[in-house]
Ligand binder design. Structure first.
Ligand code: NIG
Ligand code: FE
Length: 416
């Protein structure tokens, strides 16, 4: 298969293969060629440049007059695979209940776990496919997907296997993460287990199967005052080393309990959320290789503080943007909306948001060699916008879908 995109108004996100991740001033540049072509061969980006150099012998051409062509979004934090929805809890919150109060009353993550237990694997795949199809039409090409709504061995394996099936069925790239410690279930409470006893049990019980069946690339836990504390973090970091699954961790969403300095010290791949930060946490991330993954739609939806993106970027931390798509705290998978909120609420520039939603997202999944930029040899995972004045317009004009086509591995995806 061989396809050439022609007359591209703006071809953006052009990087040499050596550039794996962007920090500080580099994050502020979104390198672009105007009036360009891009040639796709066998699912890869084979060539690109100014229209004057466009090859004349392609099998197929697609005219992109007035449109931007960019790398497809890389969403490096999501909980796409779940069962049912939780709009009733949204109502409760609007009446004054807090996220934590709803969780304490058996809602929240426990509510989703109940729905997962009651739903057959094939049905979970069907529900998740519907969500994924929408995200692809919104420009996402690569998506991290966490388990974590199982809360026992059977449930977690059901979710991890659903992610595997979904990945096999789709042209999108789904990257599975084993979220081993998400909430303490009733059965563990009944046994009188502490949070770290549960975490250790889950890891011992499941890691061998997860490793054997290749069900996860990364390991995660919800490190938080009222969920899983520092002893759980230690258990996760230990398993991360033993099984060679880099850690991507939920930290500092509601409270700072000292997780970030410890995670950075242990070489975690990413620390995600960061709505509540201490000076020690900022210090640990300055110049470190652990990526701060920020989730503005979660802040918006829960009415909690936005992560301090500006300070993180200016102090030399690595920043990626992701959706946190889940039924409780961020019921959206739109990277376009994430970018808008990152600019409007977290003072990132549109160029920074574009980079944080593409190449830095790829870095947060260790996929910089194949995803996240316009680079010869990388996968032809591209988005083609509607007629818009510039790529930055995507981060500015919010509430509608600016993507006309998504191409994944060189294959044109169905539009909605
Ligand atoms: O990332 N913080 C923990 N997990 C999810 C929310 C889970 C839920 O409410 O279902 C998050 O925000
Ligand atoms: Fe999350």
């Amino acid at each position: 298969m061989n396809l050439t995109l022609t007359n591209i108004a703006f071809l953006g996100g052009i990087r040499p293969l050596e550039t794996k991740v962007l920090r500080g001033a580099e994050l502020a540049e979104f390198p672009t060629i105007e009036n360009a072509f891009l040639h796709i061969q066998d699912g890869k980006i084979a060539d690109f440049g100014p229209m004057s150099a466009c090859p004349q012998d392609s099998q197929e051409y697609m005219d992109c007059t007035g449109r931007s062509v960019l790398p497809a979004f890389v969403d490096s934090h999501s909980h796409l695979v779940y069962a049912g929805t939780r709009e009733q809890e949204f109502n409760l919150r609007l009446k004054g209940a807090s996220y934590e109060e709803i969780a304490a009353a058996g809602g929240g993550i426990l509510n989703s776990a109940k729905k997962v237990a009651q739903t057959p694997e094939a049905e979970i795949v069907v529900q998740s496919t519907e969500r994924l199809t929408k995200l692809i039409a919104y420009g996402t090409g690569t998506l991290e997907v966490k388990s974590g709504y199982g809360l026992d061995a059977e449930g977690e394996l059901k979710l991890l296997r659903s992610i595997k099936t979904l990945n096999a069925q789709s042209d999108a790239t789904l990257v599975p993460t084993f979220l081993a410690a998400h909430a303490l279930p009733a059965w563990a409470k009944d046994k009188g287990w502490s949070d770290d006893q549960y975490t250790r049990w889950m890891l011992e019980e499941l890691m061998p199967t997860v490793a054997q069946e290749g069900l996860a690339d990364f390991l995660d836990g919800f490190i938080e005052r009222d969920y899983f504390r520092m002893a759980s973090l230690e258990a996760l970091l230990e398993a991360s080393k033993t099984y060679n699954l880099p850690a991507k961790l939920h930290v500092n969403q509601f409270y700072d309990i000292g997780a970030i300095p410890r995670a950075v010290e242990a070489g975690a791949l990413s620390v995600d959320h960061l709505e509540v930060m201490s000076e020690d946490a900022f210090k640990a991330l300055e110049g470190s290789n652990t990526i701060a993954t920020l989730l503005p739609t979660c802040s918006y939806f829960l009415t909690i503080p936005y992560a301090p993106a500006r300070r993180l970027i200016d102090s030399g931390a690595l920043v990626a943007l992701a959706t946190d798509y889940n039924p409780g705290s961020s019921p959206t998978g739109s990277m376009q909306l994430v970018m808008n909120m990152a600019c409007a609420k977290m003072r990132m520039t549109p160029a920074e948001a574009l980079n944080a939603a593409t190449l830095n997202g790829a870095a947060a999944l260790q996929l910089s060699d194949s995803k996240g930029s316009i680079t010869v040899g990388k996968d032809a995972d591209l988005l083609i916008t509607r007629k818009i004045p510039s790529p930055e317009f995507i981060a500015y004009d919010f509430g509608t879908n600016h993507i006309q086509h998504t191409i994944l591995g060189g294959v044109l995806q169905p539009a909605l």
